[in-house]
Write a protein that binds this ligand. Structure first.
Ligand code: RIB
Ligand code: CA
Length: 309
């Protein structure tokens, strides 16, 4: 099988952890590298978490630390659904190694160049590292197959009524990414809030006596509680969507649209403004917006990845 080279830029985060577990398990994907950004927790914590999750997977994927704050403002912890340690209080072994010395943006560029244009960039946190890479290396789009990101929404917000967390955390970076010529796929809240596991499904998936299942049993109760308190039917495993999309696009559907980011307004700061549902359209359709998912098939994929990891 001609495996797809992927790079995961993330802010672990429990759903980032599941995305990493899924990408590691899927035979269609080949994880080239992992980079971390401040988001769900501070950069030292998200970096340590990425190393811990690699430990959990018994893999030594290279981990590169990136931006500890957004492009144009101070880092704000915000209301973290993932707890102060970023992993819901789950106990994992201390990392047995450190992150690589190269900054994330340089590592992303080097990996893209070596992949001869096949590398798919999976973005699961604030887009700061990717915006820096695009700014420092204007030729980067030539070497990337596409960017598949979890972030934004055409209709709602989970950080403010208008904005989704990853975009709101660094709107200027997100604007730079959406304005870049790289092919983009946006897994926004329309699809990721459909990508949930009910409490019963989660209990069944994590009932097995393995280190991965124990991790998720410990890491997910707070998220399950907060998601259901927000009126969702279960825990939305947001970050697993871009990973599943690359390996199994047949589970998803969506539409091309124009997508740009509000970086100035007070009320809609960090909103991904799309022309999906408007009469007036942007001049360009720069993003494929994923809108629907075959949830049972997605849940089955997660079950196999978690129980077989
Ligand atoms: O809005 C959901 C996103 O914010 C996910 O990436 C989650 O990990 C948090 O970072
Ligand atoms: Ca994330």
């Amino acid at each position: 099988m001609n495996r797809i080279p992927v790079w995961i830029d993330c802010d672990p985060g429990v759903d980032d952890a599941v995305a990493m577990l899924l990408a590691n398990w899927l035979p269609e994907l080949d994880i080239v590298g992992i980079s971390t950004v401040a988001g769900n927790a501070t950069l030292p914590i998200t970096t340590e978490n990425a190393l811990k999750i690699c430990n959990l997977m018994k893999k030594n994927y290279p981990v590169f630390s990136g931006a500890d704050r957004p492009l144009m403002r101070e880092y704000e912890a915000g209301e973290s659904f993932h707890g102060p340690d970023g992993l819901g209080g789950a106990r994992l072994q201390e990392p047995s190694r450190r992150a690589e010395s190269l900054p994330a943006w340089d590592a992303i560029y080097e990996a893209a160049r070596q992949s001869e244009g096949r590398l798919e960039l999976i973005a699961l946190g604030p887009l700061t590292n990717i915006a820096i890479a695009l700014g420092k290396y204007p030729e980067l789009p030539r070497y990337l197959r596409r960017i598949v990101l979890m972030g934004g929404s055409a209709t709602r917000g989970n950080c403010t009524p208008a904005a989704e967390f990853n975009i709101h955390a660094d709107p200027e970076a997100a604007q730079a990414v959406f304005r870049s010529p790289v092919e983009k796929v946006m897994c926004g809240l329309e699809v990721t809030e459909q990508a949930y596991l009910t409490a019963g499904e989660l209990a069944a998936i994590t009932a097995h006596d393995s280190a991965v299942c124990r991790f998720l049993r410990e890491a997910t109760p707070m998220l399950q509680e907060k998601n259901t308190a927000a009126g969702l039917p279960g825990w939305a495993v947001h970050d697993a969507c871009p990973v599943a999309y690359i390996a199994h696009p047949e589970l998803f559907s969506g539409r091309e649209a124009g997508v740009f980011v509000e970086t100035r307004a007070e009320l809609t700061f960090g909103k991904t403004v799309t022309d999906l549902y408007s009469d007036k359209k942007f001049e360009e359709k720069n993003t494929f917006v994923v809108l629907d998912i075959d949830r049972p098939a997605f849940a089955a994929l997660l079950e196999r990845a978690v129980t077989k990891s």
